[in-house]
Every structure is written in C-alpha cells, then in structure tokens.
Write a protein that binds this ligand. Structure first.
Ligand SMILES: [Zn+2]
Length: 354
C-alpha cells in the first residue's frame, strides 16, 4: 500500500482542556495535570491505531501548540511577539524573546518517549521549524544577545531535538513549515522565504543523506478554528523554493486547494527525483467526512503527476495545531483518518501497489 501518515495534532479531550485551565487557575496540581495528559495520549494512540493508520502520532495532546511546545514556560519570553492573522479575523501571537541565552524547555523527543510507552505501530514526530522560531527574536534586537547568537543556539537546539527523535526510533521527523507560505504574504519580495529556506537547510545539512531519508517537511496555509492564514498565497510562489529544502518527504496540503491539478503540475516540475510527496487528501477544516471513494479518486489524480513509488497520502494539516482549538471534534478527526487509510488502500489496489 502507498504510505499514509497523519500530520500531527488531534483535538484535545474536554477533560484535558478543562484541566489545563484548572491548573492555570491553581485548582489542580501538576501531577493531576500530567495524569490528564497521559490519559489523553493513551486514548488518542489507541483510537489512531484503530483507524488502521500504519503510522501514527501522539495527537500532540501535551503540546501547547505545534509552534510553541518546546519553549512553553520559558522565563525569557513575553506573549506579545509576531502576530499571525487568520482570514476570519482572529490573531495568534508568537512569543517574543526578552533575553538570552536560549534553550528549549521541552524538546519533541520528550513527547516521543511518552508516546512510545503506549504505541504498537510506528510513531512519527513533528517538530517546529527553526524558521518559525526565528521570528521570536525582536526586530529591534536584544542588548547583550545578538540575533546571530540566537540563531546559532536555535540551530543547535533543533539539530539536537531531531537527532534524538531519530535515535529514539521515530519513524520520521516532520518539520512543520506553515510559515513558508505565510512569509510570501508578509514579504512579497520573497526575501523572507529565502532566509527561511536557508536557515532550515542549515539544520538539515547537519544530517547525513541516510538520516535525511527519515526527515520530512510539512507545508500548509495554517488551520486554526475555521480558518487559514495564507490560503490566498499562490502555491507557484512557494513550491519551487520548498523543494530546495534538503528533506526527503514533503507533506503538502492539497485537498482544500481550488485548482489541484495546477498544484500537481507544479510539484511534478519542481520536486526532486529523490523526494517523496505525501499529498493532502483530507481537509481538516471541512466538517464533512470524506468518503473512501473520494480519497481514492484524489490519489489517482495525484498519481497522474507523481509516480506511485514517490507518492503517499496525508491530511492537509493537523486537526488542532493549537491546544485550545475546539472547532473540530475528536470523533470527526478519527473518522477522517479512517477514510484516508481506506481510500489510500483502494487507490493502491488500482495502482497495483502492495
Ligand atoms: Zn499544517
């Protein structure tokens, strides 16, 4: 069967969301909160395995968000950093660094280890890109801690994080690069995109070609509440640069694109022969659960542009990249993943891939 993988996040159970609020208000203790996280991870893994997905995640149940999990709780951050504006008008702010030195507090391999206690099937681990975290450094600079010092520390932290995930047995490490498409909106000259690609390649180039076979990159226009931050940016602006990243697997939002064939043509033109493309066949923002036949047809459409030995399927994005996002239900997420697995199996049969 063609490979099929989730992106990462699953909506958190109501008990956990209430628990996090309770902990912040001092109503529950740290051990009680940890028990809630553990229960959520365990339940999510059990239900993901029940979908038949050959690769799963921990649903990012204990992550504060896909972008801030490693730095949440650091003392040298303030909440008023770079704003990310979504199409429906809501804004998420990245934190802002207030001083050096910079170290991760909870790198991704900590989450991986917890998930490994419960998972029976291979686990993938998502990590935030260095380019996203580069935005933490304030425009005006920091006294006694230069931007260069910060970026050096950031690259070291991310290399260590990815290396430990690989060593501990992650099936694949996926770098979340949602800010790639967004960067074109923030800077239409694409200089910001160029700097993001270069920075992420500084991390990726620290790994051998063999190690990079287990490293992927996810691109999407964001998914929070019912909205995206950069779906209006033309993929043609992003894709040629995206495939310059020194990774092997690319997890590309596609189901929600209005002109999929145009995007597939761009992928065919720009992806390298050594790169595998996991096309998004599920739209997490659409509350309707796709049918297996719809998925099958989307995969077959993609196979007209990407040879089956370089093709895989995924969801367009996580189902709740921010932990407090309750706009989708857990049940819908699992149903959609089950449809992705079933539809990918149908397409694999048609394509003669087994
Ligand atoms: Zn995404």
């Amino acid at each position: 069967m063609l490979p099929t993988e989730p992106i990462g996040s699953i909506p958190r159970p109501a008990a956990l969301i209430e628990g996090v609020q309770g902990f912040r208000a001092g109503r529950i203790s740290q051990p009680e909160l940890t028990a809630l996280y553990d229960a959520a991870v365990q339940d999510t893994i059990r239900r993901l395995e029940a979908t038949g997905s050959p690769v799963i995640t921990d649903g990012e149940q204990a992550k504060h968000s896909f972008a801030t999990y490693s730095i949440h709780g650091l003392e040298n951050l303030s909440p008023d950093g770079v704003p990310i504006s979504f199409a429906d008008g809501h804004i998420r702010n990245l934190p802002r660094l207030t001083g050096g030195p910079f170290r991760y507090k909870t790198p991704a391999d900590v989450y991986l280890e917890i998930a490994q206690r419960y998972a029976q099937v291979p686990l993938k681990q998502a990590v935030v890109s260095a380019s996203a975290l580069s935005l933490l450094y304030p425009q005006g600079g920091l006294r006694g801690y230069s931007r260069e010092e910060y970026l050096d520390a950031l690259i070291d932290e991310q290399e260590g994080e990815i290396r430990r995930c690989l060593k501990k047995g992650a099936h694949v490490v996926q770098m979340d690069f949602t800010e790639g498409r967004l960067s074109i909106k923030l800077d239409p000259t694409r200089r910001l995109l160029r700097s993001f690609i270069d920075l992420n390649n500084l991390v990726l180039e620290r790994f051998s070609a063999e190690e990079r076979k287990r490293i992927g990159v996810h691109t999407c226009p964001g998914a929070d509440r019912h909205s995206t931050h950069s779906a209006d940016v033309d993929y043609a602006e992003l894709l040629p640069s995206l495939f310059e990243l020194q990774a092997t697997s690319f997890y590309v939002q596609l189901a929600s694109e209005p002109h999929r064939q145009r995007v597939l043509k761009l992928i065919r033109e720009h992806a390298k022969a050594t790169q595998r493309i996991f096309v998004g066949v599920i739209d997490p923002l659409d509350p309707r659960v796709e049918t297996a036949e719809e998925i099958r047809d989307r995969v077959l459409e993609a196979a007209e542009y990407i040879p089956p030995d370089r093709l895989g399927t995924t969801d367009d994005c996580g189902f709740a990249p921010f932990s407090d996002d309750t706009s989708r239900t857990r049940g819908t997420a699992f149903d959609k993943i089950r449809a992705r697995v079933a539809g990918t199996a149908l397409a694999s049969t048609v394509l003669g891939v087994d």
